[in-house]
Write a protein that binds this ligand. Structure first.
Ligand SMILES: Cc1cc2nc3c(=O)[nH]c(=O)nc-3n(C[C@H](O)[C@H](O)[C@H](O)COP(=O)(O)OP(=O)(O)OC[C@H]3O[C@@H](n4cnc5c(N)ncnc54)[C@H](O)[C@@H]3O)c2cc1C
Length: 284
């Protein structure tokens, strides 16, 4: 809880925000929906980045989708600018996030930076090979989403640095994507989240992505299982082996919703079904 909070800033430029954030005991706030989870109670000032116009945009051209950090999840879900495989997939995943009122508040940047076990869009970014643009005032660096997630955004970002944009490549022919969550009620947190992307070339798997969350403490790519699939036929046997490899590639988290054993067994089935769905879509 923010017992020491005395200042609330509303900068209108990225440079101004980063300058404020470089000060000690200062933190960024966007949608604010994860504020109650903040563990650092030394924070004395919050910098609200939602008044920075440059951070609120959603664009798609022939090769890339650009999502500004303060774009809300509802804007992604309802966007008529997002089209094609990657665009429609992002819309589908955004539609599974929480309830409408929350989706109108949660931002794309906050959803990635908070890195929680129930986060959905970061799983989609992982299978779509997204890149993340980070700004420290004017200077910027672009990194792969897998790097920022594996390092954890809190450790990866320098003091005063923010996520400004998420860039998602537009995938097209011979590619299919699938996202599925096991969830007890529509508004509960999931027990298992699994997603996949498959690209086929001459009847063989040329690219594979498998990612998960909820079974792990934060979004995770099952890279060993992905490597196993590349260059192989999309046969039932290979899909089953890849699902088994994915299910054995990390330590399971558990809570009152489900045990580790249950999650492992069901996760393997979900990965198999997800791969089957991605392969079917890639054939169309
Ligand atoms: C009841 C409930 C249910 C939810 N269900 C889901 C769900 O099903 N799926 C899902 O994906 N999410 C869900 N969420 C949202 C999720 O838990 C987080 O609250 C949300 O992703 C945080 O986004 P925000 O914009 O509100 O970020 P904030 O709360 O403003 O910030 C979160 C963290 O990220 C940092 N931060 C924010 N923006 C940036 C930036 N641009 N650069 C660097 N750091 C930044 C902040 O300093 C803070 O540490 C749910 C939330 C609630 C309250």
């Amino acid at each position: 809880m923010l017992k020491k909070l005395t200042q609330f800033y509303h900068p209108t430029t990225i440079e101004e925000a980063c300058k404020l954030l470089a000060k000690p005991k200062t933190a960024v706030i966007a949608g604010g929906t994860a504020e109650a989870l903040r563990k650092d109670d030394s924070v004395e000032a919050l910098v609200d980045i939602t008044h920075i116009k440059e951070l609120s945009h959603l664009e798609q051209d022939a090769s890339t989708i650009k999502i500004g950090a303060t774009t809300t999840i509802q804007e992604i879900y309802k966007s008529d600018k997002l089209k094609g495989l990657s665009g429609n997939f992002l819309k589908q995943v955004a539609g599974t996030v929480a309830a409408t009122a929350l989706r109108n508040t949660i931002t794309a940047g906050g959803n990635l930076a908070a890195q929680l076990w129930w986060s959905d869009l970061p799983v989609a970014y992982l299978i779509l090979d997204a890149e993340v643009v980070c700004r420290l005032g004017k200077p910027k660096r672009t990194v792969s989403v897998v790097q920022i997630i594996n390092d954890t955004p809190a450790k990866f970002l320098k003091k005063g640095e923010i996520i400004s944009e998420i860039q998602v490549p537009c995938f097209g022919d011979n590619t299919g994507c699938d996202f599925r969550k096991q969830i007890k009620t529509h508004h509960d947190y999931p027990t298992i989240t699994a997603a996949s992307r498959i690209t086929l070339k001459n009847g063989m798997i040329s690219e594979a992505r498998i990612a998960c969350n909820a079974v792990t403490p934060f979004p995770f790519r099952c890279q060993e299982a992905e490597k196993f699939l590349v260059g192989k036929k999309p046969s039932a046997e290979n899909i089953e082996k890849a699902a088994e490899k994915a299910a054995n590639s990390f330590k399971y988290r558990e809570d009152f919703r489900a045990s580790k054993e249950y999650r492992q067994e069901v996760f393997q089935v979900m990965v198999r079904r997800s791969l089957e769905a991605s392969i079917e879509a890639a054939k169309k």
